[in-house]
Design a binder for this molecule. Sequence first.
Ligand SMILES: [Zn+2]
Length: 250
Amino acid sequence: MKISNSELLRYSKQIILKKVGISGQKKISSAKVLVVGIGGLGCPLVLYLSNTGLGNIGLVDNDKVDLSNLNRQIIFNRKDVGKLKVIQAKKFINNINKKIKVKIYKNKLTEKNIRKISNNYDIICDCSDNFGTRYILNDYSLKSKKILISAAISKFDAQIFNFNFKKNIPCYRCFMPEVPDLDNKCDAEGILPTVAGIAGTLQANEVVKSIIDKKNELVGKMIVFNSINLNFRKIKLTKNYTCIKDCKQK
Ligand SMILES: [Zn+2]
């Protein structure tokens, strides 16, 4: 993969970083990342990935843009209301850079379609707002040894995970074996827009690091932060030896 002169200039401030360099930029432009859920997390995530020069992005969402989304779903505006998120997001991304290959999936992700949708992607980002999708993504990524960058947000709190299943690490089910009684969806609980922005940006940060560097500080751990008291903690996850078969077998 060749980097053109205009790309060299466009990405110069990241290419001059020793840990990125030309070789890192080439990796970024050939990487394939799937984003599941184009909401409060998915929007800042695709904004950063597109501007960083990521080559291939897949978008999965079956929803339309709603007026109540706009406070935090920062790639959309009033004109997008009522239109399919994946179509508007693709337009937004190609407006940043028309060279980015964007594939859209207008379906809700299920156990049945996940293999077909996710097969071609090296890294999967869980930007969903429900436990069902989170478990489906965990189980598939674990089984197929992919990298899953996951985040969950509610009110003023966020959790960010980097599950690199090429390694023998605890999975999401080790941390959360069952759906908690209070399914904390941001629809019902509310969410501060900046919390979604910080968490989605941290996901983008983990994606870029996973692409350019084999070693990653967050693998096997999680970040927990609260935007009111500004506690920002990194916590080691522990393996649950009664977890599902694919997790135990590792
Ligand atoms: Zn597990």
